[in-house]
Ligand binder design. Structure first.
Ligand code: ATP
Length: 360
């Protein structure tokens, strides 16, 4: 599977643009603000129907315009596939495959497997548990459409339960039977989410360790630790036990929506105890392990986006990545960098075909 070309209309700083790609290595080079990250994000739209960087969809429409259109021409299993993502102000975003609009975007997730490495990955370490849950969920969802549906349903019921708790508090009332209807649904929906996350972390960890060893100069003892309230209890019991607290807080304080994935080095949080370099190695290993995991499970090498590649890579790590490229670990790669010479030197050293696209 690879992206053959993309066309952009009124997408961020691109009024109208079209790019043809090499099936292996593609590099966007140009000064800061030239739009390199924007093209990578447009590619991301074709896989996930949304931006990796900006959750406010309309902000991806070019200033002063009413809509954007991103069209991607893919080759997948010997067939041409046209994916179009478009948005007009005031309307719902549309995602189409070969002219047919998806009713639910979730049906498209996993069709174009894709992994992105970006300076924003730092948020996975520095931010709260939600970013790490999103990471877990996005990897599992690419491979398991039923998981994504369970997750969507769980969050719908959770929102309803939270609204009910607020209603009770505002009206100084309480109806245990009404709440229990939601509790039972959260119990049924939460259990498979917990089990799938747990299984995923167990399957993913050895791959993560393997990539970490390949990337990191020193063999730090890194680990991923999944933490869930459901480890020792079912959702129904948890909700019963936390009822007084939930009524006081007016939201649901326990369940899989509170899970975390702890990033550790020598048994301590990497956020506090890892050096900059150790944190970078950890994140690269995490994303490359995601690549490998999705690749093994789906039987297809995901498209790999390396945003601002030298943000993460010093010379030593560059060497390791080039080694992996040479060992044919990856499929189609997109790289962005401000310096065309160093990028060209990097990709030339792989001996593989490549294309350099200058922006700005
Ligand atoms: N909705 C929009 N309409 C028009 N231009 C936009 C919009 N959103 C972002 N931009 C412009 O896109 C540019 C940023 O593009 P991008 O982040 O892709 O740059 P880059 O080439 O990756 O730069 P850097 O090397 O600094 O990361 C900025 O000039 C910004 O003003």
């Amino acid at each position: 599977m690879h992206l053959q070309k993309i066309s952009l209309l009124h997408y961020k700083n691109f009024t109208q643009a079209q790019f043809d790609f090499d099936p292996r290595i593609n590099c966007f080079v140009g000064k800061n603000g030239a739009g390199k990250t924007n093209v990578l994000d447009a590619i991301y739209h074709l896989a996930f129907g949304k931006s990796y960087f900006n959750p406010v969809a309309v902000q991806n429409i070019q200033h002063g315009e009413e809509f954007f259109v991103v069209e991607g021409f893919f080759e997948k299993s010997g067939r041409d596939e046209l994916i179009v993502c478009s948005l007009r102000k005031g309307q719902k975003k549309i995602l189409k495959r070969n002219g047919k609009a998806y009713d639910k975007f979730s049906e498209h997730i996993g069709f174009i497997p894709l992994v992105i490495l970006s300076p924003y990955d730092r948020d996975l370490i520095s931010e709260g548990s939600e970013t790490r849950r999103n990471f877990l969920d996005s990897v599992i969802s690419q491979l398991d459409p039923a998981y994504l549906q369970q997750l969507i349903s769980y969050h719908r019921v959770l929102t309803q339960r939270n609204a009910l708790l607020k209603y009770f508090a505002a009206n100084r009332t309480f109806e245990a039977e009404t709440l229990v209807v939601y509790d039972e649904q959260l119990d049924v929906l939460g259990q498979p989410i917990f089990e799938k996350r747990k299984q995923f972390v167990s399957d993913f960890t050895p791959i993560f360790h393997d990539f970490h060893q390949r990337i990191a100069a020193d063999a730090d003892a890194v680990s991923l630790r999944y933490e869930s309230h459901l480890e020792n209890n079912g959702t129904l019991n948890l909700l019963r036990e936390s009822l007084t607290r939930d009524r006081a807080l007016q939201y649901t304080s326990t369940g899989v929506h509170k899970d975390d994935l702890h990033f550790e080095i020598d048994g301590h949080p990497i956020k506090k105890f890892g050096s900059q370099g150790q944190q970078k190695s950890y994140l690269i290993a995490l994303k490359l392990a995601q690549f490998e995991f999705v690749s093994r499970q789906s039987g297809e090498k995901p498209i790999l986006l390396f945003d601002d590649i030298f943000d993460k890579l010093d010379e030593n790590r560059v060497g390791k990545i080039v080694e992996m490229v040479n060992q044919d670990v990856f499929g189609q790669i997109f790289i962005s960098d401000t310096h065309s010479e160093r990028t060209e030197a990097l990709v030339r050293s792989t001996g593989l075909p490549f294309k350099i696209i200058s922006l700005g």
